[in-house]
Design a protein around this ligand. Sequence first.
Ligand code: ATP
Ligand code: MG
Length: 424
Amino acid sequence: MNYDFFIVYTMKKSEDYWTNLYKHKDIFMRKMMIHVLLVEDSPSDAKLLHQIFVHAYQEVQMKHVERLSDAIDLSLVGNQLTGDDSNNETLKQDKFDVVLLDLGLPDSVGLDTLKEYRAAVPDIPVVVLTGVDDEELAMQALAEGAQDYLVKDQITIQRLVRAIRYAIEREEILNKLRESEEISRQALVKKQQLNELKSNFVAMVSHEFRNPMTTIRTAIDILQNQNNLNEGRKNFYFERVQDAINHMLQLLDEVLFLSRTEVAKLEYKPALIDLISFCEEIIEVFKMKAAGQQNITFNYEGECNLTYMDEELLYCILTNLISNAVKYSRPQSNVRLNLNCRDGMAIFQIQDEGIGIPEKDQVNLFQTFYRASNVRRIQGTGLGLAMVKKCVDIHGGEISLESQQDTGTTVTVKLPLNYSGESK
Ligand code: ATP
Ligand code: MG
Protein backbone atom coordinates (compact mmCIF):
# COMPACT_ATOMS: atom_id res chain seq x y z
CA MET A 1 0.00 0.00 0.00
CA ASN A 2 1.17 3.50 -0.84
CA TYR A 3 0.95 5.27 2.52
CA ASP A 4 1.40 8.76 1.12
CA PHE A 5 -1.57 8.15 -1.08
CA PHE A 6 -3.47 6.77 1.92
CA ILE A 7 -2.81 9.94 3.91
CA VAL A 8 -3.82 12.18 1.06
CA TYR A 9 -6.87 10.04 0.52
CA THR A 10 -7.78 10.20 4.18
CA MET A 11 -7.29 13.94 4.28
CA LYS A 12 -9.49 14.43 1.27
CA LYS A 13 -12.37 12.66 2.97
CA SER A 14 -15.54 14.61 3.62
CA GLU A 15 -15.86 17.46 6.12
CA ASP A 16 -17.99 15.08 8.23
CA TYR A 17 -15.00 12.83 8.61
CA TRP A 18 -12.96 15.55 10.28
CA THR A 19 -15.87 16.68 12.44
CA ASN A 20 -16.27 13.10 13.52
CA LEU A 21 -12.61 12.79 14.24
CA TYR A 22 -12.64 15.86 16.42
CA LYS A 23 -15.22 14.20 18.63
CA HIS A 24 -12.33 12.04 19.75
CA LYS A 25 -10.52 15.10 20.90
CA ASP A 26 -11.87 14.58 24.41
CA ILE A 27 -9.72 11.48 24.57
CA PHE A 28 -6.67 13.62 24.55
CA MET A 29 -8.09 16.63 26.31
CA ARG A 30 -8.04 14.70 29.56
CA LYS A 31 -4.30 14.62 29.21
CA MET A 32 -2.74 17.81 27.94
CA MET A 33 -0.17 15.90 25.94
CA ILE A 34 -0.01 12.25 25.00
CA HIS A 35 3.53 10.96 24.61
CA VAL A 36 3.84 8.14 22.14
CA LEU A 37 6.93 6.06 21.56
CA LEU A 38 6.95 4.56 18.09
CA VAL A 39 9.26 1.58 17.68
CA GLU A 40 9.39 0.96 13.97
CA ASP A 41 12.32 0.19 11.68
CA SER A 42 10.58 1.00 8.39
CA PRO A 43 11.09 4.71 7.63
CA SER A 44 8.00 4.87 5.42
CA ASP A 45 5.72 3.31 8.05
CA ALA A 46 7.15 5.64 10.67
CA LYS A 47 6.61 8.63 8.41
CA LEU A 48 3.03 7.59 7.81
CA LEU A 49 2.22 7.34 11.50
CA HIS A 50 3.96 10.60 12.15
CA GLN A 51 1.84 12.30 9.51
CA ILE A 52 -1.34 10.84 10.89
CA PHE A 53 -0.56 12.33 14.28
CA VAL A 54 0.48 15.66 12.84
CA HIS A 55 -2.70 15.97 10.91
CA ALA A 56 -4.94 14.67 13.61
CA TYR A 57 -3.94 16.33 16.84
CA GLN A 58 -1.46 18.83 18.11
CA GLU A 59 -1.56 17.23 21.53
CA VAL A 60 0.24 14.06 20.52
CA GLN A 61 3.97 14.05 20.75
CA MET A 62 5.75 11.16 19.12
CA LYS A 63 9.25 9.92 19.57
CA HIS A 64 10.57 7.40 17.10
CA VAL A 65 13.26 4.72 17.50
CA GLU A 66 14.14 1.80 15.26
CA ARG A 67 15.59 -0.72 17.69
CA LEU A 68 14.06 -2.56 20.64
CA SER A 69 17.10 -1.88 22.83
CA ASP A 70 16.73 1.88 22.24
CA ALA A 71 13.01 1.67 23.05
CA ILE A 72 13.72 -0.08 26.35
CA ASP A 73 16.49 2.37 27.30
CA LEU A 74 14.36 5.38 26.50
CA SER A 75 11.31 4.02 28.36
CA LEU A 76 13.35 3.23 31.45
CA VAL A 77 14.86 6.73 31.52
CA GLY A 78 11.36 8.21 31.24
CA ASN A 79 10.04 6.01 34.04
CA GLN A 80 12.72 7.26 36.40
CA LEU A 81 11.26 10.75 36.16
CA THR A 82 10.69 12.06 39.66
CA GLY A 83 8.79 14.97 41.14
CA ASP A 84 12.02 17.01 41.08
CA ASP A 85 12.23 16.56 37.32
CA SER A 86 8.69 17.72 36.67
CA ASN A 87 9.90 21.00 35.20
CA ASN A 88 12.47 19.37 32.98
CA GLU A 89 10.80 19.43 29.56
CA THR A 90 13.35 17.12 27.93
CA LEU A 91 12.80 14.41 30.50
CA LYS A 92 9.06 14.90 30.54
CA GLN A 93 8.95 14.15 26.83
CA ASP A 94 10.49 10.76 27.49
CA LYS A 95 7.82 9.61 29.93
CA PHE A 96 5.64 7.70 27.52
CA ASP A 97 1.92 7.08 27.84
CA VAL A 98 1.84 4.38 25.19
CA VAL A 99 4.20 2.45 22.93
CA LEU A 100 3.43 1.51 19.34
CA LEU A 101 5.60 -1.54 18.82
CA ASP A 102 6.45 -3.13 15.50
CA LEU A 103 7.19 -6.83 16.05
CA GLY A 104 9.86 -7.11 13.36
CA LEU A 105 12.87 -5.03 14.38
CA PRO A 106 16.58 -5.28 13.56
CA ASP A 107 17.39 -6.61 17.07
CA SER A 108 14.27 -8.69 17.75
CA VAL A 109 11.59 -10.45 15.75
CA GLY A 110 8.07 -11.72 16.48
CA LEU A 111 6.46 -12.15 19.89
CA ASP A 112 9.87 -12.08 21.58
CA THR A 113 9.98 -8.35 20.82
CA LEU A 114 6.86 -7.81 22.89
CA LYS A 115 7.92 -10.21 25.66
CA GLU A 116 11.29 -8.54 26.04
CA TYR A 117 9.79 -5.06 26.10
CA ARG A 118 7.10 -6.01 28.66
CA ALA A 119 9.64 -7.75 30.86
CA ALA A 120 11.83 -4.64 30.93
CA VAL A 121 9.04 -2.06 31.04
CA PRO A 122 5.90 -3.63 32.52
CA ASP A 123 3.98 -0.43 33.20
CA ILE A 124 3.71 1.31 29.80
CA PRO A 125 0.82 0.07 27.66
CA VAL A 126 1.80 -1.45 24.32
CA VAL A 127 -0.10 -1.42 21.06
CA VAL A 128 1.45 -3.91 18.68
CA LEU A 129 1.91 -3.08 14.98
CA THR A 130 1.81 -6.09 12.70
CA GLY A 131 2.86 -5.99 9.08
CA VAL A 132 0.47 -8.68 7.94
CA ASP A 133 -3.10 -9.41 8.84
CA ASP A 134 -2.10 -12.17 11.21
CA GLU A 135 -4.96 -12.72 13.63
CA GLU A 136 -3.20 -15.52 15.48
CA LEU A 137 -0.09 -13.46 16.15
CA ALA A 138 -2.28 -10.59 17.30
CA MET A 139 -4.12 -12.86 19.74
CA GLN A 140 -0.85 -14.17 21.10
CA ALA A 141 0.34 -10.58 21.52
CA LEU A 142 -2.77 -9.77 23.56
CA ALA A 143 -2.16 -12.86 25.69
CA GLU A 144 1.39 -11.65 26.29
CA GLY A 145 0.16 -8.33 27.67
CA ALA A 146 -0.25 -6.07 24.63
CA GLN A 147 -3.25 -3.82 25.12
CA ASP A 148 -4.23 -3.83 21.44
CA TYR A 149 -2.92 -4.48 17.96
CA LEU A 150 -3.07 -2.63 14.67
CA VAL A 151 -2.55 -4.13 11.25
CA LYS A 152 -0.42 -1.57 9.43
CA ASP A 153 -2.26 -1.75 6.12
CA GLN A 154 -5.51 -1.04 7.85
CA ILE A 155 -4.58 1.84 10.11
CA THR A 156 -6.97 4.76 10.01
CA ILE A 157 -6.79 7.79 12.24
CA GLN A 158 -9.89 6.60 14.07
CA ARG A 159 -8.48 3.13 14.70
CA LEU A 160 -5.21 4.55 15.87
CA VAL A 161 -6.86 7.01 18.21
CA ARG A 162 -9.19 4.37 19.59
CA ALA A 163 -6.36 1.90 20.13
CA ILE A 164 -4.29 4.50 21.98
CA ARG A 165 -7.22 5.64 24.08
CA TYR A 166 -8.21 2.11 25.08
CA ALA A 167 -4.63 1.09 25.72
CA ILE A 168 -4.08 3.98 28.12
CA GLU A 169 -7.42 3.49 29.84
CA ARG A 170 -6.97 -0.26 30.20
CA GLU A 171 -3.51 0.22 31.61
CA GLU A 172 -4.84 2.77 34.10
CA ILE A 173 -7.55 0.35 35.22
CA LEU A 174 -5.03 -2.48 35.43
CA ASN A 175 -2.71 -0.32 37.52
CA LYS A 176 -5.56 0.54 39.89
CA LEU A 177 -6.42 -3.15 40.12
CA ARG A 178 -2.79 -3.98 40.85
CA GLU A 179 -2.71 -1.30 43.55
CA SER A 180 -5.85 -2.60 45.23
CA GLU A 181 -4.54 -6.17 44.94
CA GLU A 182 -1.36 -5.04 46.68
CA ILE A 183 -3.38 -3.40 49.46
CA SER A 184 -5.43 -6.59 49.93
CA ARG A 185 -2.26 -8.66 49.84
CA GLN A 186 -0.70 -6.55 52.58
CA ALA A 187 -3.87 -6.82 54.66
CA LEU A 188 -3.76 -10.58 54.20
CA VAL A 189 -0.10 -10.76 55.26
CA LYS A 190 -0.95 -8.71 58.37
CA LYS A 191 -3.85 -11.05 59.11
CA GLN A 192 -1.64 -14.09 58.60
CA GLN A 193 0.96 -12.61 60.96
CA LEU A 194 -1.73 -12.08 63.57
CA ASN A 195 -3.02 -15.62 63.08
CA GLU A 196 0.52 -16.90 63.36
CA LEU A 197 0.95 -14.93 66.57
CA LYS A 198 -2.29 -16.39 67.89
CA SER A 199 -1.41 -19.96 67.04
CA ASN A 200 2.10 -19.46 68.40
CA PHE A 201 0.49 -18.12 71.53
CA VAL A 202 -1.74 -21.19 71.90
CA ALA A 203 1.26 -23.49 71.40
CA MET A 204 3.32 -21.43 73.83
CA VAL A 205 0.58 -21.27 76.46
CA SER A 206 0.14 -25.03 76.47
CA HIS A 207 3.90 -25.46 76.75
CA GLU A 208 5.00 -22.53 78.93
CA PHE A 209 2.05 -22.57 81.33
CA ARG A 210 2.31 -26.29 81.98
CA ASN A 211 5.46 -26.02 84.12
CA PRO A 212 4.30 -23.27 86.51
CA MET A 213 0.85 -24.88 86.75
CA THR A 214 2.43 -28.19 87.72
CA THR A 215 4.63 -26.38 90.23
CA ILE A 216 1.57 -24.71 91.78
CA ARG A 217 -0.42 -27.95 91.90
CA THR A 218 2.46 -29.89 93.51
CA ALA A 219 3.15 -27.14 96.06
CA ILE A 220 -0.52 -26.88 97.03
CA ASP A 221 -0.80 -30.69 97.31
CA ILE A 222 2.17 -30.74 99.68
CA LEU A 223 0.89 -27.79 101.73
CA GLN A 224 -2.52 -29.41 102.00
CA ASN A 225 -1.52 -32.98 102.75
CA GLN A 226 1.71 -32.83 104.76
CA ASN A 227 0.85 -31.71 108.27
CA ASN A 228 4.37 -31.95 109.63
CA LEU A 229 5.86 -29.10 107.52
CA ASN A 230 7.79 -26.51 109.51
CA GLU A 231 7.44 -22.73 108.80
CA GLY A 232 10.58 -22.68 106.64
CA ARG A 233 9.34 -25.45 104.31
CA LYS A 234 5.87 -23.88 104.16
CA ASN A 235 7.39 -20.56 103.08
CA PHE A 236 9.49 -22.35 100.51
CA TYR A 237 6.38 -23.80 98.82
CA PHE A 238 4.45 -20.52 99.07
CA GLU A 239 7.35 -18.76 97.37
CA ARG A 240 7.35 -21.34 94.58
CA VAL A 241 3.64 -20.70 94.05
CA GLN A 242 4.29 -16.94 93.98
CA ASP A 243 7.14 -17.32 91.47
CA ALA A 244 5.07 -19.52 89.20
CA ILE A 245 2.19 -17.05 89.25
CA ASN A 246 4.52 -14.10 88.59
CA HIS A 247 6.05 -15.95 85.67
CA MET A 248 2.63 -16.57 84.12
CA LEU A 249 1.55 -12.97 84.70
CA GLN A 250 4.70 -11.67 83.01
CA LEU A 251 4.03 -13.94 80.08
CA LEU A 252 0.49 -12.65 79.76
CA ASP A 253 1.65 -9.03 80.01
CA GLU A 254 4.19 -9.57 77.24
CA VAL A 255 1.71 -11.22 74.91
CA LEU A 256 -0.85 -8.48 75.55
CA PHE A 257 1.74 -5.77 74.93
CA LEU A 258 2.80 -7.41 71.68
CA SER A 259 -0.76 -7.82 70.47
CA ARG A 260 -1.24 -4.07 71.09
CA THR A 261 1.69 -3.32 68.78
CA GLU A 262 0.44 -5.85 66.20
CA VAL A 263 -2.95 -4.22 65.82
CA ALA A 264 -1.32 -0.77 65.89
CA LYS A 265 -2.98 0.28 69.13
CA LEU A 266 0.31 1.25 70.66
CA GLU A 267 0.85 4.84 69.73
CA TYR A 268 3.79 7.18 70.08
CA LYS A 269 2.94 9.56 72.94
CA PRO A 270 5.93 11.80 73.66
CA ALA A 271 6.35 13.95 76.77
CA LEU A 272 9.18 15.86 78.40
CA ILE A 273 11.48 13.44 80.20
CA ASP A 274 14.71 13.83 82.11
CA LEU A 275 16.48 10.83 80.55
CA ILE A 276 19.18 10.73 83.20
CA SER A 277 16.88 10.28 86.19
CA PHE A 278 14.67 7.97 84.10
CA CYS A 279 17.65 5.65 83.48
CA GLU A 280 18.93 5.98 87.05
CA GLU A 281 15.56 4.83 88.44
CA ILE A 282 15.47 1.78 86.17
CA ILE A 283 19.05 0.87 87.08
CA GLU A 284 18.26 1.18 90.81
CA VAL A 285 15.45 -1.37 90.46
CA PHE A 286 17.70 -3.79 88.58
CA LYS A 287 20.45 -3.41 91.19
CA MET A 288 17.95 -4.31 93.89
CA LYS A 289 16.72 -7.35 91.96
CA ALA A 290 20.25 -8.53 91.16
CA ALA A 291 21.17 -8.17 94.83
CA GLY A 292 24.86 -7.77 94.06
CA GLN A 293 25.00 -10.74 91.68
CA GLN A 294 26.11 -8.55 88.77
CA ASN A 295 27.83 -5.22 88.83
CA ILE A 296 25.28 -2.94 87.12
CA THR A 297 26.37 0.59 86.19
CA PHE A 298 25.00 3.60 84.33
CA ASN A 299 27.04 6.30 82.53
CA TYR A 300 25.98 9.18 80.36
CA GLU A 301 27.38 11.91 78.15
CA GLY A 302 25.77 14.95 76.57
CA GLU A 303 22.62 16.94 77.21
CA CYS A 304 20.17 14.22 78.22
CA ASN A 305 18.09 15.90 80.89
CA LEU A 306 15.47 17.61 78.77
CA THR A 307 14.16 15.29 76.08
CA TYR A 308 10.86 14.73 74.36
CA MET A 309 10.27 10.98 74.24
CA ASP A 310 7.69 8.27 74.90
CA GLU A 311 8.09 6.94 78.43
CA GLU A 312 6.16 3.70 77.95
CA LEU A 313 8.13 2.71 74.83
CA LEU A 314 11.41 3.71 76.43
CA TYR A 315 10.63 1.73 79.57
CA CYS A 316 9.81 -1.38 77.53
CA ILE A 317 13.05 -1.04 75.53
CA LEU A 318 15.41 -0.48 78.44
CA THR A 319 13.90 -2.95 80.93
CA ASN A 320 13.87 -5.78 78.39
CA LEU A 321 17.43 -5.17 77.22
CA ILE A 322 18.85 -4.78 80.73
CA SER A 323 16.89 -7.80 81.91
CA ASN A 324 18.46 -9.85 79.08
CA ALA A 325 21.93 -8.54 79.90
CA VAL A 326 21.48 -9.62 83.53
CA LYS A 327 19.72 -12.89 82.79
CA TYR A 328 22.29 -14.14 80.29
CA SER A 329 25.34 -13.15 82.40
CA ARG A 330 27.29 -14.97 85.06
CA PRO A 331 27.45 -13.63 88.62
CA GLN A 332 30.16 -11.02 89.30
CA SER A 333 30.22 -9.89 85.66
CA ASN A 334 29.61 -6.31 84.52
CA VAL A 335 26.39 -5.00 82.98
CA ARG A 336 26.59 -1.44 81.67
CA LEU A 337 24.03 1.01 80.42
CA ASN A 338 25.72 3.84 78.50
CA LEU A 339 23.78 6.82 77.24
CA ASN A 340 25.07 9.43 74.85
CA CYS A 341 22.90 12.34 73.67
CA ARG A 342 24.27 14.07 70.59
CA ASP A 343 23.13 15.38 67.20
CA GLY A 344 19.48 15.11 68.19
CA MET A 345 19.79 11.41 69.02
CA ALA A 346 19.88 9.42 72.23
CA ILE A 347 22.24 6.46 71.83
CA PHE A 348 21.76 3.72 74.41
CA GLN A 349 24.26 0.88 74.71
CA ILE A 350 23.50 -2.11 76.88
CA GLN A 351 26.66 -4.18 77.36
CA ASP A 352 27.19 -7.48 79.13
CA GLU A 353 29.93 -10.07 79.50
CA GLY A 354 27.55 -13.00 79.38
CA ILE A 355 26.98 -16.15 77.34
CA GLY A 356 26.65 -14.23 74.03
CA ILE A 357 24.57 -15.30 71.06
CA PRO A 358 25.71 -17.79 68.39
CA GLU A 359 26.05 -16.09 65.00
CA LYS A 360 23.49 -18.36 63.32
CA ASP A 361 20.80 -17.25 65.80
CA GLN A 362 21.45 -13.52 65.60
CA VAL A 363 19.31 -12.80 62.51
CA ASN A 364 16.17 -14.32 64.02
CA LEU A 365 16.27 -12.81 67.50
CA PHE A 366 13.65 -10.13 66.82
CA GLN A 367 11.06 -12.73 65.80
CA THR A 368 8.44 -13.63 68.34
CA PHE A 369 9.21 -16.72 70.45
CA TYR A 370 12.71 -17.13 68.99
CA ARG A 371 15.41 -18.14 71.48
CA ALA A 372 19.08 -18.78 70.77
CA SER A 373 20.41 -22.32 70.86
CA ASN A 374 22.70 -21.72 73.86
CA VAL A 375 20.08 -20.69 76.47
CA ARG A 376 20.05 -24.13 78.14
CA ARG A 377 17.91 -23.91 81.28
CA ILE A 378 17.72 -20.12 81.47
CA GLN A 379 14.00 -19.27 81.47
CA GLY A 380 12.39 -17.03 78.88
CA THR A 381 9.70 -16.90 76.24
CA GLY A 382 11.45 -15.18 73.34
CA LEU A 383 9.10 -12.21 73.33
CA GLY A 384 11.29 -9.49 74.87
CA LEU A 385 13.33 -8.53 71.81
CA ALA A 386 10.28 -8.68 69.52
CA MET A 387 8.63 -6.13 71.82
CA VAL A 388 11.77 -4.00 71.91
CA LYS A 389 11.97 -3.93 68.11
CA LYS A 390 8.33 -2.82 67.82
CA CYS A 391 8.88 -0.07 70.38
CA VAL A 392 12.04 1.16 68.64
CA ASP A 393 10.17 1.27 65.30
CA ILE A 394 7.26 3.19 66.78
CA HIS A 395 9.77 5.61 68.31
CA GLY A 396 11.35 6.23 64.88
CA GLY A 397 14.66 4.65 65.93
CA GLU A 398 17.10 1.88 65.07
CA ILE A 399 18.42 -1.14 66.93
CA SER A 400 21.52 -3.21 66.29
CA LEU A 401 23.22 -6.02 68.12
CA GLU A 402 26.79 -7.25 68.34
CA SER A 403 27.54 -10.45 70.13
CA GLN A 404 30.17 -13.11 70.51
CA GLN A 405 29.44 -16.41 72.13
CA ASP A 406 30.95 -16.78 75.64
CA THR A 407 32.27 -13.21 75.49
CA GLY A 408 29.27 -10.90 75.68
CA THR A 409 26.66 -8.86 73.92
CA THR A 410 26.21 -5.17 73.14
CA VAL A 411 22.84 -3.88 71.99
CA THR A 412 22.75 -0.35 70.58
CA VAL A 413 19.49 1.60 70.33
CA LYS A 414 19.37 4.98 68.61
CA LEU A 415 16.28 7.07 69.22
CA PRO A 416 15.56 10.61 68.05
CA LEU A 417 15.42 13.02 70.98
CA ASN A 418 12.57 15.12 69.66
CA TYR A 419 10.73 12.81 67.30
CA SER A 420 7.37 14.19 66.23
CA GLY A 421 6.05 10.76 65.21
CA GLU A 422 5.22 11.85 61.68
CA SER A 423 7.93 10.22 59.57
CA LYS A 424 8.87 6.52 59.27
P1 ATP B 1 11.58 -12.94 77.51
O1 ATP B 1 10.40 -12.88 76.60
O2 ATP B 1 11.22 -13.32 78.86
O3 ATP B 1 12.44 -11.74 77.39
P2 ATP B 1 13.85 -14.19 76.27
O4 ATP B 1 14.83 -13.42 77.07
O5 ATP B 1 14.20 -15.61 75.97
O6 ATP B 1 12.42 -14.19 76.95
P3 ATP B 1 14.16 -12.21 74.22
O7 ATP B 1 14.44 -11.15 75.20
O8 ATP B 1 13.30 -11.92 73.06
O9 ATP B 1 13.57 -13.51 74.90
O10 ATP B 1 15.55 -12.68 73.63
C1 ATP B 1 15.54 -13.65 72.58
C2 ATP B 1 16.76 -14.54 72.72
O11 ATP B 1 17.92 -13.78 72.43
C3 ATP B 1 16.99 -15.06 74.09
O12 ATP B 1 16.23 -16.23 74.32
C4 ATP B 1 18.48 -15.33 74.07
O13 ATP B 1 18.73 -16.54 73.42
C5 ATP B 1 19.02 -14.22 73.20
N1 ATP B 1 19.51 -13.06 73.95
C6 ATP B 1 18.95 -11.86 74.05
N2 ATP B 1 19.71 -10.99 74.74
C7 ATP B 1 20.81 -11.67 75.09
C8 ATP B 1 22.00 -11.35 75.79
N3 ATP B 1 22.19 -10.14 76.30
N4 ATP B 1 22.94 -12.31 75.93
C9 ATP B 1 22.75 -13.53 75.39
N5 ATP B 1 21.66 -13.92 74.72
C10 ATP B 1 20.70 -13.00 74.57
MG1 MG C 1 14.35 -11.26 77.32
